[in-house]
Design a protein around this ligand. Structure first.
Ligand code: F6R
Length: 612
C-alpha cells in the first residue's frame, strides 16, 4: 500500500516521478505528491485525490530539479487530505520524506518531540518519523545517512522510505523493512520504487532491497549498509518485465485487459512445466522439498482475499486427488491464534503481490516453528518469494487492476499442477486419470477463451441487475469457493452487497433473504453435485428469486428453471473453477462500469496490502 518513487541523475526528475506515480497508483490513490530540489529549496507539491489532481496543480509549471521523490497514498494515519499527503518535511523544511508502511511507536515519539518544542502540521506517523530524524541529526550533529540509520534502530513498524535534504543536495537515502523497494541502475542515475513498473522503461538492471538495509545513493554511486553500518553486498537482477504488460493495450480498464488475458496467462503459467502428450509435469521451483510435500501428513494453506479463495479450491483438489488433509487459513487469523505447527509441517502461502503483510507474518511464524514453506506467488523478487523455502511463480504478468482476476486463475493452475504431481507420485490417482487430467489442464486456456465469448450476454444480464442492492452467489463442491470469489468481485468494485454461500447452507438462514428482488447467481456446472444444486435452484425459484445460472454447455434442464443462463465449456470438476469464474469476473466488471464505479481503483482499496 502506498507507492513510492525516487530519482537521482541527469534528467529532469519531475516527469519521471509523475509517470512513476501513475504506474504505482494501483497501490493507493488517496493523495499524491512530489518533492524536488529547485535551486537550494525544497519544493513540495501535493494534493488530495488521484495523481491527475497533482498533475493539474503542476501543469503550467516547469521544474529543473534532477533529484526528487514522489508518493501516492493509501491512508493509514490521518484522513486523505492535502495536509496528510506525502512528501512530509522536517520542521526546518530541510528534509523531505516519502514513506510506505506504519510507524507503530509514533505516538510516544510524537510526545517526546512535542515536549522538545516541535510542532506538527499533519496527523501522520510519517511527519513524526522525519522530525525524529531531524532531531537526531541536529542533536548529534550527524550526516543524513547516520541520522537515518540511528532513527531506524529506534522506530517500531514497517517502512520503505526515501529521504532528501537541502543540505546534502546530491544524495537520496532509501531504506526498507517490511515494505517493498527496488532500485533501478542507470548510467549515472538511479531510480527507486515500490515495484519495478516505474523503472522498466529506463533500465532492466535492479537491486531488490532487503529488510533493514539502507541505501546511500548519489548520481555516481550506490552504497548499501545495514542498521549497524555494516556494508552489504547487493545482487543485480535482470528485470523480466515488458512495458506492454503494464499498459492498458487498448482496453478501457486494466481489469478488462486482465480478464481477457487469461487464456494466455494460464498458458504462460503452464509453459515449460506441463506436457500432456509426454505425461510430464515439472515444477523447477519445487525440488529439494519435493519428498516432504509428497509425503505430507497435512498441508496448511495461508492467504488473504482472492488468494484465500484459490486456497479453498486447492483444499478440495488436494483432498480429492492426493488424499492429504488440508487446512485453509486466513493469514490474519493464523498469525495471532497460536496455531499448532510442528517441525517439518508443510505450509503453502498464496499471494499475487508477494507483499501482503499478514501472509508474510504467517509465513514467518510457521517458519520459526520449523515448517517447510512453499510459495505460490506472482511478483518475481517479492518479499514472500524470497522468504519461502521453495515455490512456483505464477508467470501471469503484472496484475494492475485492484480486483484480482488473472492471478486467481494462475494460482488455481499452479495448485492443480502441484496436486497432480503429488497424486501421481503417491499413486492416489491412476495413471490414466493422471494423464486425462493433464490433457484437461492443457485444454483450459482454450476453454477460458470460449467462456470469454459470453461477454455480450453477461453485459446484457448486467444491465438488468445493475441497480440491485444485494446479490447471493451459491455453489457446491469445487464451485463453492467460486461463489465466494464471485461475491467478492462484485462487492469490491461495484459496492453492491453480495454474499457467497455453499448452496446447501442457504436453507439454514440466507433463504430468508430471497424475494422477487434478490438476484441469485448459481454456479451450477455439471459435476458430482449437479442434481443437488438443481434442487437448490428450485428452492430459490419457488420463492420468486431471480436466478442467473452458470451452466455447462448443452445443459437443457437448468435453462428451463433459471431466469438467465450463461454457458461455459465442460471440463473435469476439479478444474471447473478455472472456467466457471470467468463469467463472474465479467459480471462484476460490467455492473461496476454501468454504475459509474472506478473498477481499476475501487474506493478504500489498494492492490498490495502491506499493512496488517
Ligand atoms: C481481491 C483482491 C484481494 C487480494 C488480497 C491478497 O480481488 O485482490 O482480496 O486477493 O489482498 O493479496 P495477495 O494475493 O497479493 O496476497
Amino acid at each position: 500500500m502506498c507507492g513510492i518513487v525516487g530519482y537521482i541523475g541527469g534528467k529532469p526528475a519531475f516527469p519521471i516521478l509523475l509517470k512513476g506515480l501513475k504506474r504505482l497508483e494501483y497501490r493507493g490513490y488517496d493523495s499524491a505528491g512530489v518533492a524536488l530540489l529547485e535551486s537550494t529549496n525544497l519544493e513540495v507539491l501535493k494534493k488530495k485525490g488521484k495523481v491527475s489532481e497533482l498533475e493539474k496543480l503542476t501543469e503550467t509549471k516547469t521544474y529543473s530539479s534532477t533529484i526528487g521523490i514522489g508518493h501516492t497514498r493509501w491512508a493509514t494515519h490521518g484522513e486523505p487530505s492535502d495536509k496528510n499527503a506525502h512528501p512530509h518535511y522536517s520542521s526546518d523544511q530541510k528534509l523531505a520524506i516519502i514513506h510506505n508502511g506504519i510507524i507503530e511507536n509514533y505516538g510516544a515519539l510524537k510526545t517526546e518531540l512535542s515536549e522538545k518544542g516541535y510542532e506538527f502540521r499533519s496527523d501522520t506517523d510519517t511527519e513524526v518519523f522525519i522530525t525524529f530524524i531531524e532531531d537526531i541529526k541536529k542533536t548529534l550533529d550527524l550526516t543524513l545517512e547516520d541520522a537515518v540509520r540511528i532513527a531506524l534502530t529506534k522506530v517500531v513498524g514497517a517502512y520503505a522510505i526515501v529521504i532528501m535534504s537541502t543540505e546534502e543536495p546530491d544524495k537520496l537515502i532509501a531504506a526498507r523493512k517490511g515494505s517493498p523497494m527496488v532500485i533501478g541502475l542507470g548510467k549515472n542515475e538511479y531510480y527507486i520504487a515500490s515495484d519495478a513498473s516505474p523503472i522498466v522503461e529506463y533500465t532492466n538492471e535492479v537491486i531488490y532491497m532487503e529488510d533493514e538495509q539502507i541505501a546511500i545513493i548519489t548520481r555516481n554511486d550506490l552504497t548499501i549498509v545495514d542498521t549497524k553500518d555494516v556494508p552489504q553486498k547487493a545482487e543485480i537482477h535482470k528485470l523480466d518485465l515488458k512495458l506492454e504488460s503494464i499498459e492498458k493495450g487498448g482496453y478501457e480498464h486494466f481489469m478488462l485487459k486482465e480478464i481477457f488475458e487469461q487464456p494466455r496467462s494460464i498458458a504462460d503459467c503452464m509453459r515449460g512445466r506441463l506436457n500432456a502428450t509426454e505425461g510430464l509435469l515439472t515444477l523447477g521451483g519445487i525440488r529439494n522439498y519435493s519428498e516432504a510435500l509428497t509425503n505430507a501428513e497435512k498441508i496448511v494453506i495461508v492467504a488473504c482475499g482472492t488468494s484465500w479463495h484459490a486456497g479453498l479450491v486447492a483444499e478440495y483438489i488436494f483432498e480429492d486427488l492426493c488424499r492429504i488433509p488440508v487446512e485453509v487459513e486466513y493469514a490474519s487469523e493464523f498469525r495471532y491464534r497460536n496455531p499448532v505447527i510442528r517441525e517439518g509441517d508443510i505450509l503453502i502461502a498464496i499471494s499475487q503481490s508477494g507483499e501482503t503483510a499478514d501472509t508474510l507474518a504467517a509465513i514467518e511464524l510457521a517458519k520459526s516453528k520449523g515448517a517447510i514453506i512453499f510459495g505460490v506467488v506472482n511478483t518475481v523478487g517479492s518479499s514472500i518469494s524470497r522468504i519461502t523455502h521453495e515455490g512456483a511463480y505464477l508467470h501471469a504478468g503484472p496484475e494492475i487492476g485492484v480486483a484480482s482476476t488473472k492471478a486467481f486463475t494462475a494460482q488455481l493452475t499452479i495448485l492443480a499442477m502441484i496436486a497432480l504431481r503429488i497424486a501421481s507420485k503417491k499413486g492416489t490417482i491412476s495413471e490414466s486419470k493422471y494423464r486425462e487430467l493433464l490433457v484437461d489442464l492443457e485444454n483450459i486456456p482454450a476453454k477460458v477463451e470460449t467462456a470469454l465469448k459470453s461477454d455480450d450476454k453477461v453485459k446484457e444480464i448486467s444491465s438488468l441487475f445493475k441497480d440491485a442492492r444485494n446479490f447471493l452467489y451459491l455453489g457446491r463442491g469445487y464451485n463453492f469457493p467460486v461463489a465466494l470469489e464471485g461475491a467478492l468481485k462484485l462487492k469490491e468494485i461495484s459496492y453492491i452487497h453480495a454474499e457467497g454461500y455453499p448452496a446447501a447452507e442457504m436453507k439454514h438462514g440466507p433463504i430468508a433473504l430471497i424475494d422477487e428482488n434478490m438476484p441469485v447467481v448459481f454456479i451450477a456446472t455439471r459435476d458430482s453435485s449437479y442434481d443437488k444444486i438443481v434442487s437448490n435452484i428450485q428452492e430459490v425459484k419457488s420463492r420468486k428469486g431471480k436466478v442467473i445460472a452458470i451452466v455447462t454447455e448443452g445443459d437443457v434442464l437448468i435453462p428451463k428453471m433459471a431466469d438467465h443462463t450463461i454457458e461455459v465449456p465442460a471440463t473435469h470438476e476439479a478444474l471447473m473453477p478455472l472456467v466457471s469464474v470467468i463469467p463472474l469476473q465479467l459480471l462484476s466488471y460490467h455492473i461496476a462500469v454501468m454504475r459509474g464505479a472506478n473498477v481499476d481503483q475501487p474506493r478504500n482499496l489498494a492492490k498490495s496490502v502491506t499493512v496488517e
